[in-house]
Design a protein around this ligand. Structure first.
Ligand code: DAH
Length: 359
């Protein structure tokens, strides 16, 4: 056996290899050459019968050939695999760059409304902190919407521009049994009154729901939007309790510490009252249409429950006190998902809705 023969073996291996297209055939070919009974293995075995000089020059060449065949086989198998994938892709295309939204559309799956997702998340957090969840009617009366909440007769909130009144003089529905005018609730604070009248302190509850305002719409105002009211009544409740709950909830929702600031705010039903603002997460404080270019967003008006309100709810303000808040749920949703126009939420547009979590 000579070096020339080794060259011939190498050539013959390559020639055969390049004709193949199946993994099994490649493995068979490999075995014909370097398998137990392969040609090259035979040569290796014959080394021991050679004289030492010949073995010295010939041995390394045979080993080299064996390694060469080994390496070419693996490279060729890789190539076959890539060819196979490319071949599949050419008629069975999956575009991994498609967004989730487009895929959802193709599959015709529904999605939870983003507001539902956030509401459920918040409810879970409050439930874990011992709060009940209450509901109340959309059609309310002056007592629950205003009087019981210490909103006097001449308060601007009662204005025709803000409140949808029922004022058909022929309809019995326009006034309640006590002659109070009916309206669409302008805030979920009505449920504070219902909550206080239906339980004894100490208690804590939240009340999510839609509210109605007769006002001009823009990127951050809607006529129908959602609030989440909260109330905690007991003994010796303080502003720091209020701040603790508010910060906890915002951290849980945004999964990080959100920058907040507390300003004095006036609401007839709380004293003192506050506005808790968060740093706008849409523009990160640079200013955008949602935060009206001030970088901060009013998110959480709150305060210590006014003694008159406790009285309307049948609670002695000398014995008990508490805090209340009215979270702007839609704004929170917008911040969480980076939605820049509140009107999307109410649009009923499935292209918008189906971008969120699937059922
Ligand atoms: N009801 C108020 C509104 O709709 C929001 C609000 C402010 C609720 C302060 C509260 C509160 O419970 O303490 O504008």
């Amino acid at each position: 056996m000579s070096i020339t023969n080794l060259e011939e073996i190498r050539e013959s291996f390559l020639e055969k290899l390049f004709m193949l297209s199946k993994e099994a055939d490649v493995l068979n070919l490999k075995s014909d050459f370097i398998g137990k009974n392969g040609i090259v293995s035979g040569l290796l075995k014959s080394l021991k019968d050679m004289d030492p000089e010949e073995r010295k020059s010939f041995g390394p060449k045979v080993n080299e050939l064996k390694d060469f065949i080994q390496e070419k086989t693996s490279l060729f198998l890789n190539k076959l695999e890539v060819d196979e994938i490319n071949e599949k892709l050419s008629h069975d295309r999956i575009d991994t760059t498609l967004t989730e939204r487009v895929q959802v559309k193709v599959l015709k799956h529904g999605g939870y409304h983003p507001r539902t997702i956030i509401q459920q998340e918040i409810e879970d957090i409050f439930l874990s902190m011992g709060f009940d969840i209450l509901d109340g009617p959309h059609i309310e009366d002056e007592f629950h919407n205003f009087e019981a909440l210490n909103i006097p007769k001449d308060h601007p909130a009662r204005d025709m521009q803000d409140t949808f009144w029922f004022h058909d003089p022929n309809s019995q529905l326009d006034v309640d049994g006590g002659g109070k005018k009916r309206l669409l609730r302008t805030h979920t604070s009505t449920i504070q009154v219902r909550g206080m009248l239906s339980r004894k302190p100490p208690f804590r509850f939240i009340a999510p729901g839609v509210v109605f305002r007769c006002e001009r719409t823009d990127a951050s105002h809607e006529m129908v939007f959602t609030q989440l009211e909260g109330m905690m009544v007991g003994k010796d409740i303080s502003v720091s309790n209020l701040i603790y709950f508010m910060k906890t909830i915002l951290r849980e929702i945004f999964k990080k510490d959100v920058e907040v600031r507390l300003r004095p705010g006036f609401f007839p039903f709380v004293e003192p009252g506050f506005e808790l603002d968060i740093r706008c997460l849409i523009c990160e404080g640079r200013g955008c249409s949602v935060c009206k270019h001030i970088g901060w967003l009013e998110l959480l008006p709150c305060g210590m429950v006014h003694p008159n309100v406790l009285k309307s709810g049948g609670i002695d303000p000398k014995e008990f006190n508490g805090f209340a808040f009215g979270l702007g749920l839609d704004r929170l949703v917008m911040m969480k998902y980076g939605i820049d126009d509140i009107r999307h939420l109410q649009s009923g547009d499935l292209r918008f809705n189906s971008q969120f979590k699937l059922y």
